[in-house]
Design a binder for this molecule. Structure first.
Ligand SMILES: *Cc1c(COP(=O)(O)O)cnc(C)c1O
Length: 311
């Protein structure tokens, strides 16, 4: 695993200049060429624990386009570890899309189950059933959504502090694992989260994950009280896009030379820009955590035209 710090990069756009905002990108997208950066952060301590357990291999879960499955397959392949992916959707197969093809190419053994079965994946009885079927495989929850996943993401904040003082950090939310890790590490800094799922109750999702990790209710309440949730930037729901978002990705790329992915980081940057345009961060320093995902953008370019045009 690449343990180097990711780059912290200052960028300027027409709107950061107009509102006098110092905007920095924490380039976790550059941690690895093939997989989303935050997936490496989330997997780090699971892999350490796996190595101590001397299990037969790693088993994990994901949907059809899961960046988490891709990251797990890639890591296991590079380390010669056997991997099993339990995929939501019995109608799928290893050539249904590029993400699944990638996993299969990297030697991941894919098993497709129904949505009903998948919904039970965190139940004790289903986990035991999997252990019977795949004896001695170390199980990592979907999206690395557990304490060890948050622990890896906590490390992002001290890395940034080493370089700059900052007032706020923005991050996309799927399982909320990354944002919970940041919440645990932030002190004076404001945490701003942008859910990419429709009708997502960010704070209660974060509270669920934290309480499953044995944090107590009062601690969780205090921790989440000051989290800023930016609603209305799901663009219709998970993986949904419209022309406005696609054009935002193109313009942002032309201005900064940084690629945003349509599923997570573009929606988050769009929310950040909206806050900047309202004057919320004038004369302040804001960090945007670039969680990656750009490797999955190709299917959008194929469908909607180039997202990262040459100037
Ligand atoms: C998975 C993913 C996220 C969401 O992270 P969570 O920890 O699940 O909230 C954000 N950005 C990218 C690019 C991702 O792949």
């Amino acid at each position: 695993m690449n343990t180097e710090l990711s780059l912290l990069q200052r960028i300027e756009t027409s709107w950061t200049k107009a509102h006098d905002v110092a905007l920095f990108l924490k380039r976790d997208d550059l941690i690895h060429a093939e997989v989303s950066g935050n997936k490496w952060r989330k997997l780090k301590y699971f892999f350490e624990q796996f190595q101590q357990h001397k299990s037969a291999g790693i088993l994990t879960f994901g949907g059809a386009f899961s960046n988490h499955l891709v990251a797990t397959a890639s890591f296991c392949h590079s380390k010669g570890i056997r991997s099993i992916g339990i995929v939501r959707g019995e109608e799928l197969n290893a050539s249904s899309n590029e993400s699944l093809r990638f996993c299969a190419d990297r030697g991941m053994d894919l098993h497709f189950i129904s949505r009903e079965e998948y919904a039970m994946k965190d139940d004790r009885s289903f986990k035991e059933h999997l252990l019977d079927r795949f004896p001695n495989f170390y199980q990592i929850p979907e999206g690395g959504a557990a304490y060890l996943g948050m622990l890896g993401c906590q490390e992002i904040i001290p890395e940034i502090r080493k370089e700059i003082d900052f007032d706020a950090i923005f991050v996309a939310q799927g399982t909320t694992t990354t944002s919970c890790g940041l919440a645990l590490a932030c002190r004076e800094e404001e945490l701003h989260v942008v859910p990419v799922l429709k009708g997502f109750d960010a704070k209660s999702e974060m509270a669920n994950l934290l309480s499953r990790s044995a944090f107590d209710t009062t601690f969780i309440h205090d921790l989440l009280e000051d989290v800023n949730v930016h609603l209305g930037f799901d663009f219709g729901g998970y993986a949904q896009v419209d022309e406005e978002l696609l054009n935002f990705i193109r313009t942002f790329y032309l201005e900064t030379n940084v690629s945003l992915d349509p599923v997570y980081t573009a929606k988050t940057m769009f929310a950040l820009r909206a806050a900047v345009l309202q004057g919320k961060f004038s004369h302040r320093t804001v960090v945007f955590l670039h969680t990656g995902g750009v490797q999955g953008a190709k299917s959008y370019s194929d469908k909607y035209g180039e997202l990262y045009p040459m100037a």
